[in-house]
Design a protein. Structure first.
Length: 541
């Protein structure tokens, strides 16, 4: 038995076998072989197996997300049946007399590079697909090479150096008992995703990560940040009890469904939920949130191989609005860049991505993308109570430019006789010090503010939210951050607009009293934190 400590990132206790996801480059070695025929047969069998797996996934996806969104798996099947790719693998085995795993990985890299260099955008996007299908073939060749994320075959605790949001959105969530990562911090996006999914997570293990063992029974305590490897009987029993208590507590909170977040003194606050995908709405409804306070729309871009079309986005937004049945849904325009990258955006490597080409900076630079998203959003407004929110605002001029574009899109839709709601709200995130300091002027431009404490903390304190080695300095309760919040709330009140908080510290119950005292109107938290927060408000004087 061995106990290690990391950063507690998502509450709850999980007990299960650990699945260690190591980078393929570190796992695939070049080995000389003598039996060429045997390696060729192994490749053929793996390819056949991979096609079978993809067919199953395609049929499952077809039911879940429809024809258009499932097409990618058909494309993967076609690519797997491409002769050029397999000729390259076979030639490598025959000429270099090497193992099948090495030959597949080498061909994958060659073909992926070749696609990446093509001019045609569609072909360029195939670069990531070649890697994807090769990983699948490798997993079929050798179970130790399964990527572990999109191919989990049984329930497991997933451990990886870091989990990029693009990887976490792909995995089969019903199989993941918990996340454990070497990198990351409490407010990195993989931690946020774990909380949205309601599964325990411990991140930022750093050097202790090396102690984890593949396939070994492991305990993850996401409330304390503790991991126990190969526990003895007594420890196992103690954590089984703790897991039971946690589940019972969750059960008790269910009684608060249907009640309001009102203090004993009669002050009411709206408690909404944050989501990243239309399918998260089930969690929002399950936890009885008052609405959706933040829909991070970039996840639609991240699970797709290319820019989602207006139609695909419209369907996603409409679904969420309809399911929320008249309750307010705040959809934030794309916040790609920094740790949320998509290959097809082709952002060159940046020294300081968090302060680089991201969010509204991309939208205002690549207007065709922004207009597509605005059209999809405004069209969806006809199906519920929509509010649109813009991320990473740093100036009044940005907001004026955005409003001009919104007016233009509305005008075009009118001309095209396409329906939309006349009264949807427009708001901005206060997540840069510039926007907090300018909040008196910005408040005159919009209907609401929502404070993004994750980035506001990072930029105010100059502490990278992703960097585990300075995670103790990343403090959303720091007086400088609280002053930024208070200043924004005061300016919102003066201008007569409402203000909420949608960063992770909206769920920090040690701050709830402060938020209520200064006059915050809304808090938006991960769905699984809604009822706990409601309880905290109800217990306040
Ligand atoms: C924030 O910065 O607080 C926020 C809500 O946005 P994100 O976490 O998506 O950057
Ligand atoms: Mg942010």
């Amino acid at each position: 038995m061995n106990t290690i400590k990391g950063i507690a990132a998502s509450k709850g206790v999980a007990i299960g076998n650990l699945k260690l996801c190591v980078k393929l480059d570190d796992k695939i070695s070049k080995q000389s072989i003598t039996d060429v025929e045997k390696e060729l047969e192994r490749v053929d069998a793996a390819k056949e197996e991979a096609v079978k797996e993809l067919n199953k996934i395609y049929l499952k996806a077809l039911k879940r997300v429809g024809e258009e969104n499932s097409m990618i798996f058909q494309i993967h099947i076609m690519m797997l049946q491409d002769d050029d790719f397999f000729d390259a693998i076979q030639d490598c085995i025959k000429d270099e007399k090497v193992n099948a795993e090495y030959a597949v990985w080498k061909a994958a890299q060659q073909f992926s590079e070749m696609f990446a260099q093509m001019d045609d955008e569609y072909m360029k996007a195939r670069s990531a697909d070649v890697i994807d299908i090769s990983k699948r073939v490798l997993g079929c060749l050798n179970p130790a090479l399964e990527s572990g994320l999109d191919s989990l075959k049984s329930e497991a605790i997933v451990a990886a150096s870091d989990l990029m949001p693009s990887e976490t959105v792909q995995m089969d969530k019903s199989m993941v008992l918990a996340f454990v990562t070497e990198q990351g911090s409490k407010s990195s996006h993989s931690a946020i995703l774990a909380r949205t999914m309601g599964i325990p997570a411990v991140v930022g293990l750093r050097d202790s990560f090396a102690a984890l063992q593949n396939g070994v029974v492991t305990i993850v305590d996401g409330s304390e940040g503790t991991i126990v490897i190969d526990p003895d009987e007594a420890t196992l029993k103690a954590y089984e009890q703790k897991r039971e208590q946690f589940l019972q507590h969750q059960q008790k909170l269910q009684q608060l469904k249907g009640t309001k977040a009102v203090t004993k003194g009669g002050v009411e606050i709206e408690i909404n939920a944050n989501i990243g995908h239309p399918s998260d709405i089930e969690m929002v409804l399950d936890n009885d949130a008052d609405g959706v306070g933040l829909f991070r729309s970039e996840f639609l871009y991240m699970e797709s191989d290319d820019f989602p079309t207006e139609e695909q986005q419209f369907e996603a937004y409409k679904t969420v609005l309809e399911k929320m049945d008249g309750k307010r849904v705040i959809i934030r325009t794309l916040d790609l860049g920094a740790d949320k990258q998509v290959p097809y955006l082709n952002i060159p490597k940046e020294e300081n991505p968090a302060m680089g080409y991201r969010a509204i900076r991309i939208s205002l630079d690549r207007k065709e993308l922004f207009v597509t998203q605005l059209r999809a959003l405004i069209r969806a407004s006809a199906f519920g109570k929509l509010a649109i929110m813009f991320p990473m605002i740093t100036s009044v001029e940005q907001v004026q430019e955005i409003k001009g574009m919104v007016e233009q899109v509305k005008h075009e839709l009118e001309e095209e006789k396409i329906a939309f709601a006349p009264d949807f709200e427009l708001g901005i995130m206060i997540e840069t010090p510039a926007s907090a300091v300018l909040s008196d002027l910005l408040a005159k431009e919009v209907d609401f503010f929502s404070i993004g404490t994750n980035d506001l903390t990072q930029y105010t304190l100059a502490v990278d939210r992703m960097n585990p080695s300075i995670s103790e300095m990343y403090d959303p309760r720091h007086p400088a951050v609280l002053r930024m919040i208070q200043m924004s709330v005061e300016n919102a009140k003066k201008a007569g607009i409402w203000i909420g908080i949608c960063g992770e510290s909206a769920a920090d119950t040690a701050l709830t009293k402060f938020y209520l005292e200064i006059g915050v109107d809304e808090l938006s938290v991960t769905p699984s934190a809604v009822l706990e927060l409601r309880k905290t408000v109800q217990q306040l004087d």
